[in-house]
Design a protein around this ligand. Sequence first.
Ligand code: ATP
Length: 405
Amino acid sequence: MTFLVARIEEVRLRLNVDVTVTPDSPPAPAPIESFTDMCLNSSIMKDIAIHEYTTPTSIQAQAMPVALSGRDLLGCAETGSGKTAAFTIPMIQHCIAQSPVRRGDGPLALVLAPTRELAQQIEKEVKAFSQSLESFKTAIVVGGTNISDQRSELRAGVEIVVATPGRFIDHLQQGNTSLTRISYVVLDEADRMLDMGFEPQIREVMHNLPEKHQTLLFSATMPVEIEALAQEYLTNPVQVKVGKVSSPTENVSQNLEKITENEKIDRLLSLLVEEAALAEKLGHPFPLTIVFVERKTRCDEVAEALVAQGLKAVALHGGRTQSEREGALRDFRHGPTNILVATDVASRGLDVTGVAHVVNLDLPKTMEDYVHRIGRTGRAGSTGRATSFFTDRDMVSLLSTFSFF
Ligand SMILES: Nc1ncnc2c1ncn2[C@@H]1O[C@H](COP(=O)(O)OP(=O)(O)OP(=O)(O)O)[C@@H](O)[C@H]1O
């Protein structure tokens, strides 16, 4: 599998398909062909090998040398294309080059992400690529978890903080951490953070950073808000766009079904029961499926209806407690659950190996959300399916918003 991804990316890279790098002047650093081209610390190289990444993906090949050069970066590439490592690996290398962090110091690098689940996933990746480095520390700072543990960790000094904006600002205001040593900032899925109302927190961070810092902004979609944010916070950035930005990944086959609102749950049940019967007949496990709905209450209602039919479903939404959220995702990642019924809290960035099918029980409001939702499948060169129900009421938005259908 890893080999296949590597081969596909190698071919894409060589052909240099659909890669745009701007501006021409001053020229952006040349793309790398191999991880060894970056002269990374040997511990990071060891961790890349442990992670079984053999060849950089297109976004990694283009973005990593830019990040290492110290320039600001706007990185856009389709869902599942490896954007996390594109900013994580250079970030760790950047931190190693700074003077050591002492007790009471703030972090050297900060990653802000819109949801707790995404922040936790990014932190795992940072830890994976820094595990062979001696005394290199990363803290995860998200809401819903014990604030005093986080306080002690932050005060002891860490190289990297991965956070959701609200909780990070709480710690800043309580004096548990500071911005004084931050010289590398990543805003992942920045447009989503704005949608969620985190603009004041982002502003507070960005306006109080030390003068000498670099900022990296990543997303699979480029709505106008991202461009505005880039204008405001990036200085002479290199823009790297790989593939068709803001479009659904071609790795996912898309299917639309016209239906009435009242038929939705029954249709979903029959679809999934058929799927279960087929999997059983073929002796295959049930294909991992994410069902997206618009509202939290609906999410519980749908999960309960599926469980009542003997299906292994669980609900994930912002109304559940942190431990319930973590439990739901863990059960979906590692079993026994194979259907995750979720709101858009799960639409951005979540990387669960083997998701084969995304169902939009309710159509999302924006094209960006659609692209991110169906991008939970068809990741890292694999293929997937998406089924979207739509009603008469959705017709207008289908014609205007979802122009790619
Ligand atoms: N160079 C590589 N070789 C092999 N696998 C890779 C490589 N880079 C990333 N991957 C794998 O590809 C998958 C997708 O990566 P990642 O989650 O970073 O995608 P993304 O571009 O951030 O997606 P999204 O837009 O949905 O957030 C992950 O499972 C990751 O481990």
